[in-house]
Design a protein. Sequence first.
Lengths: 247, 247
Amino acid sequence: MAGLRVLQSAPPLALCPNAHVPNDCEQCRVRSLSICGALDNDELAALDRMARPLTFHARDTLFEQDEPADSVFNITSGSARLYKLLPDGRRQIVGFALPGDFLGLAMEERNSFSADALTPLSACQFSRQAFSEFLDSTPHLLRRLHNMASHELSLAQDQMVILGRRTAEEKVAAFLIGLRKRWGRLSTSSVTIPLPMTRQDIGDFLGLTVETVSRMLTRLAREKVILIVPDGVRLLDIARIEALAES
Amino acid sequence: MAGLRVLQSAPPLALCPNAHVPNDCEQCRVRSLSICGALDNDELAALDRMARPLTFHARDTLFEQDEPADSVFNITSGSARLYKLLPDGRRQIVGFALPGDFLGLAMEERNSFSADALTPLSACQFSRQAFSEFLDSTPHLLRRLHNMASHELSLAQDQMVILGRRTAEEKVAAFLIGLRKRWGRLSTSSVTIPLPMTRQDIGDFLGLTVETVSRMLTRLAREKVILIVPDGVRLLDIARIEALAES
DNA sequence: CGTTGGGTTGATCGACCTCAATAAAAGTGG
DNA sequence: CCACTTTTATTGAGGTCGATCAACCCAACG
């Protein structure tokens, strides 16, 4: 996997299945949110034995588009961007992965997009082969995976509406509301939304240029709808911003 | 289901599971392509007993966004458009359903989009409840469903690239290439691509206006890349159009 | 026939892009 | 800890692609 660099100085960040420290899963902060939540103790132990805990630096590549998909990943902390590149360099970000997200839902031969870390990131890595076999013997895990894939599909269709039929301002508002919802599931209150990605990333997610994203954020800030803070925004007028993002 | 009108003069169009004519499935032209392809004879017979064959006129509604999703459908002939509406009337078509396609992959409580027939259409209808239970007892059908959902997700991500990062001309070219591939799986050769949808529909799928779609098709026709024929287009220069749609 | 729902074409407009400059922040090495 | 570079963010001026507005054509159909 070209460009993949795994941290050697692995601190005990892995919070999920870990081959060396069995049953680490039980302390995993994202267990109930991720695929693992579908498993009983015996199954969790079995999955545990298959898992390799990995950590990545910001900007490290998890995997690249079109390469053989030997592994699937379960993110336990940090965030990543998932993107497709056109031959001429244009980029479309198809999603941002947060803790609890599973990469490799499709279980296809090759990756249909690239993924790299936006922040230091830890994940449980599984051999696709082994995971697929485990799936065959654990139908309710398959059901869980299918539900997650269905949910992803639904989000992708929402994103199609945003990309195809919304103005720049609405796009940015919808993006913030969408992220708020996802962060909300992980932490408690969510008036302050962390933005680990750059303006360029946001633009490539929304089908806009960096400049337009910056202008729209500035405009929202000028109108006291949001407050721009380091590495995030604080939502000051949630009703206004939801009205803009209204679906 | 408001607006749903089922043809009463039901001609023997239903080619899949049929409660009144058992084992019709075996003659179903789309069996191998649809979910049914995953089943052995006994399972097919069981599914058969659950199926209600339905036919719709062009423009009939199959189901509507936000309504309770009591049924799932397997299209056996004809085509449909799947779309989301914004409160102010803007529309995004999230996909076109062709024979063999399954509607209701997500198995959620409510429909996340509306669907209506573009042509006379026949489908096998299943109670979502009953289908879900059947799924629990037939893991390889679930696997099949998951594979189809994964494929849908992948198509949705491709569409995100098209919507976010391509020009009007590229969008139209990519649309034609994408349809060609899908029709090709159903029939034999595919230089002539049926277009059962209007220019407005194409526009709402690609994030363009009717006028722009019309202009792009006219331009491609003027440059002898395509030939516009009644209810479709003929691809004259497939290399050129694939270059435009290049992913 | 008149009507209606597509489809095409032209003229004009504007939302967003492009290009450019500057500012602010984050590394990097001495 | 401070110069220096590199990356990211902001802001402005001007250009362009696709939208909007409007006219017209054509085929289907009652």
